[in-house]
Every structure is written in C-alpha cells, then in structure tokens.
Design a protein around this ligand. Sequence first.
Ligand code: UD1
Ligand code: MG
Length: 422
Amino acid sequence: MEIKAIILAAGKGTRMQSETPKVLHKIMDKTLLGYVLDNVKNWVTESFVIVGHHAEEVEKFVKDNYRTAKTVLQSPQLGTGHAVSMVCPFLENYRGQVIILCGDTPLITEKTLKNFVEYHNSNKSDLTVMSTIFENPTNYGRIIRDTDNSLKCIVEEKDAAPEQRAVKEVNAGIYCLNWGKIKDAFSQLSSNNAQNEYYLTDIIEWGKAQKLNVNAYILKNNEEIYGINSRINLAEAAKMMNNRKLNELMTNGVTIVDPECTWISEDTEIGQDTIIYPSTYIEGKNTIGRNCKIGPFAHLRGGVELADNVKIGNFVEVKKSKISSNTNAGHLSYIGDSEVGAHVNIGAGTITANYNPITKVKSKTVLKDNVKIGSNAVLVAPVTVEEGANVGAGGVITKDIKARALAITRAPLKIVENWIKQ
Ligand code: UD1
Ligand code: MG
C-alpha cells in the first residue's frame, strides 16, 4: 500500500538554548531532521515536514536538501495532534498509509521503521503506535493497557495518576495509520488536558472507541527512540550513533584502534582490513577502500572517495576528493576538490589551494598517476599535474605541468660563508 510520512518539527526546543532550530542541530555534519528524512526518503511517496518555530530556516533546509519533501506551516503550535492536522487539507482523498515521526529522534533506523510498518500490515492494523520499555520512563507518555493486555490509551506524564506513572512502557512518538480510517480523529481532538494541547496520543483512545484495530509495536532497542531536548542529549546521541557505526565497521572487518576517540559518520563506507588510527574524525558521506591506513589525527570532511591501499596520515585533511589506489598523503596536508591518481606521493605539508577568497570560486586540482609532489608544495587550483611529473619541494604551482616533467619554483640556494664574525 502507498505510504507517506509526516515529520513533526515545529516545536520550540527551548532547552537547546539556541538561535538555531532544534531539528537543524547536527550530529557529525548532518542535521537531526536530515537523519529522519534519510530514513524514509527511499520508500515513502511523499514526506510532509511540519514547521513552526524558526519556520523559514527549516523550510530552506528542506527545500535545499530534500526536493521531494513538502513543508507545512503550523502557527501557532498547539500540540502534536494539531501539528498532524495541518496536513489534512493535502490528504483529503488519500486512502493509503501514513507514518508519523518526530524530527528530534535521529537514532531511529530505516530497518526498524520498515519492521514497524510490516508489523502494522501483518496485524491488519488501522493504527499502530511504537512503544518501548524504559527503566526510567520520566517525561514520556505512558502506554496504558487493559486487563486483557490490549492497548487502551496513552497518558502524558503531566496528566498521569501515580499508578500510571509507574508504567515503564512508553510511547516512542512514532505511528503508522491507515489514513482514511483515522483522519476524522484530527477534527475531534480536545485540548482538555494538563498542557492545554491537542495531543496526537489521543488518537489511540479515539480509534478504540471507533472499534478500529489499534496495536502497539514494542521496540526492543530503546536507544533508537532517544529524543534530543538539550545539548547534553545531543552529545549523548552522537556518542550512541558513533558507537553503533564503529561496531558495525569492526564487525565487518575494519580495525578501529581506539573506538573511544574515533568518529565516523553513518554515511561512510569502509572496506575490509582498513585501519583507522586514533583521533580520526570522518564526517559526511565517504567511501574508503580496503587496506587503507587512516590517521592518527586525520580529518575527512565528506565527499571523499579513497580506493584500496591509500594512506592518509597525521594532520591530513581531505574534502570532496577522489584518490586512487596506493597513493600516500602521509603528513600535514590539505587535499580539497581534487582528483588524485594511483601511486602518487604527496609530500608533507602539501596544500591544494582550492579556494579563491576574492572570487569565492573553488577550483579543482588533478594529479595523474605516479605524480610525486615534494614537501610543502602549494598547488594553486585549477591545476593539472600530468602523469609521472615531479614537483620539487616548496613549489608554488600555478600552471599545468606536462607528463614526466619536473617543476621547481625554488629560489637558488645561497650560502654566505663566515656570515657570523668570530
Ligand atoms: C511526545 C508524546 C509522548 C511521547 C514523546 C516521545 C504527545 C502529546 N506526547 O511528547 O507521548 O512519549 O513525544 O518522544 O504527543 N511538535 C510540533 N508541533 C507542536 C508540538 C510539538 O510539531 O505543536 C513536534 C516537536 O517539534 C517534536 C514532536 O512534535 O518534534 C514532539 O513534541 P514534544 O513537545 O517533544 O512532545 P513530548 O512532550 O516529547
Ligand atoms: Mg519530545
């Protein structure tokens, strides 16, 4: 059945203490909202992002990065149920399914969401809510079940009686619904509760009263629904996400010498037997081949493609560059917007000067196979060094260099003897 997504992202995020809207805060160079949208973009037909607080910024982010997603303004923000109701005019005749997510829970995975929808379908459910168990359920809505264990309703902490507060099964804030069956609920919600808000959670009781098939899917790994409300949560979520990634890589045959001080983004792929040395930071989307050696203290900033047997050593920064096999950049270099061939040696301190701060234009550096660049060279882009050419140490290269040529820009060495009078 067709499925669309609604992502709630209009809330204020007061506890972030920030001028930046909460959902645009980042973990490893990707926004919280980006993680949520990436989890659904390949299998839903349309995504609606509910925006409100700092709406223009969130709208711009969505427009620039997720062209198929729509933003819908919620102003004022009267609660999660009110937020979803903003989409009703767009889905008047829609008969498919809708998955509802929050923009501030970046740890949820695509696999879990698909299992959740699968559960909804195999139970022929009209409405399914995701729940999980927390030893400390503070702040979450509690899942209240009937004596026969079937779902009854969700009670928010602020509305809960003491015995309800003791319940450890909580609402994860993720829902799957058959839109045609549930959509009428949104015009019937009331704000008669402790927060005077229209609660999305009330659709459970509404569905039960309509004798619809309402179920809860219990998620075992409660880490996935960890929501971000503060900078402390942000740092914690980043750690969790990083640990998950490092464990996955190690399981697949990548050596991480010190997982305590290595950061690798979710969108980085690394081949078998590559070794990542400590204090390496790899953000954005990258592909690293087999048998590479990265770090210690390396920084890959996204858009990096390394073939097999590549060495990126200490204090080397690489951005948006493609590097072929058996190439070394061992020490203290910056390689940006570059295409580097195989068996290239990039001497210590080499810099690709890819950015002109006056024209604000970024240009490309091309180093063909077997090129050798001496230490401390500056390759002023746009520039191409053809196959097998050598650049002498300290060279400032402003013109293309022909194959197998030597380029040196060095002033002749002058030695003045007896310079210091005795
Ligand atoms: C909500 C649930 C709670 C659940 C928890 C899981 C309700 C009433 N409660 O509580 O049962 O355990 O999530 O994290 O739904 N938002 C809007 N517009 C609004 C209000 C909120 O878009 O008017 C967005 C927020 O930006 C956020 C999401 O909805 O992304 C959840 O809102 P939040 O205020 O964090 O709800 P919780 O109190 O956490
Ligand atoms: Mg919340």
